[in-house]
Design a binder for this molecule. Structure first.
Ligand SMILES: [Zn+2]
Length: 314
């Protein structure tokens, strides 16, 4: 029984391990992909809180009172920027005024693309169907806000996250640097893997229900031929369905990609008779477990969903 007696740590040992044992509290991330990269850089120094959980969309999100409390206590808030998360704009100036705000879309060296509008790309911001007229400006910012879907941009995020964490918590700077380097190496492997996965899918056109993929297309040389705005909550009327089917025909696209929040039945009704195959893309990782692996699974799943649908016709 003495073998199980509690070990009393000598004071010198406690002092030597104090920095590693001190968790950094008060780190908040907006959406799952950002949370994932922050968690990867933090490693075992602490766990960031996540605001937009489950299948919720950042475009039409509202903060819960408990999350307002979290922001009030926050030291560091990582988010993409007001173009993607308009719900954070005011709270960052009021309840989270004590926290350091890290708007990743402003990171130096980030690849930023102009929003696609006109032609076969329907306006992006009304895909939720519940935006008020005054909110429309957010979807039409200077840049397309879906910046995380290019792993090269994720590298820039990792550097920015590492810098902000080290400034807030210098005692763990070495851990942040090591975790950041390990994450960079994983991102390199990820890009290589995606290129291999998509090798057979190049050159085939596809249509999306939400124009979120410009950065991914730009990096991996696949091309959407257009986007069609469909709300996941509301079945479009007969006239709208006819219009969508006509666009599909005109685009001659082999595949249509919806997102997890769309009922397969809704997609079937819209696509009936067009001859297009359907697949699903999950740009936020809505269906994935939170944590350091989420970002990598998100990008890998996106690549295989594209390959599975596009290469099926080759
Ligand atoms: Zn979007």
């Amino acid at each position: 029984m003495f073998r199980f007696a509690r070990i009393v740590m000598p004071a010198a040992f406690l002092a030597a391990t104090a920095t590693a044992a001190n968790a950094l509290d008060g780190v908040v991330a907006s959406i799952k992909p950002v949370h994932s990269l922050v968690a990867a850089v933090m490693g075992d120094t602490g766990t960031p809180a996540l605001l937009v959980q489950g299948a919720a969309s950042p475009h039409g999100f509202t903060l819960k009172p408990s999350q307002a409390g979290e922001l009030e206590q926050a030291r560091l808030v990582f988010w993409i920027g007001h173009e993607l998360e308009p719900f954070l704009e005011k709270p960052m100036e009021t309840i989270a005024a004590q926290a350091q705000s890290v708007e990743l879309i402003e990171a130096e060296g980030l690849i930023r693309l102009a929003p696609r509008e006109g032609g076969m790309f329907e306006a992006h911001d009304d895909h939720d169907g519940d935006h008020g007229a005054d909110e429309d400006d957010h979807g039409h910012g200077a840049f397309d806000p879906h910046v995380w879907l290019d792993p090269e941009n994720a590298r820039i995020f990792v550097r920015e996250i590492e810098r902000a964490l080290s400034a807030a918590d210098p005692a763990n700077a070495a851990a942040y640097r090591a975790n950041g380097e390990a994450t960079m190496a994983r991102l390199d492997v990820l890009s290589q893997d995606v290129r291999t996965t998509l090798a057979s899918a190049k050159g085939s056109g596809f249509v999306v229900f939400h124009d979120a993929y410009h950065y991914f297309e730009n990096r991996f040389e696949v091309r959407a031929s257009g986007s069609i705005t469909v709300s996941p909550e509301v079945m479009p009327g007969a006239a709208r369905i006819a219009e969508i089917r006509a666009s599909m025909k005109q685009l001659g696209a082999a595949c249509v990609f919806a997102e997890p929040q769309f009922e397969p039945k809704l997609i079937d009704v819209i696509m009936e008779g067009t001859g297009a195959r359907t697949g699903a893309l999950d740009p936020l990782g809505a269906q994935l477990d939170d944590g350091p692996d989420l970002y990598f699974n998100l990008i890998r799943n996106m690549a295989s969903a594209m390959r599975d649908c596009l290469a099926a016709g080759n």
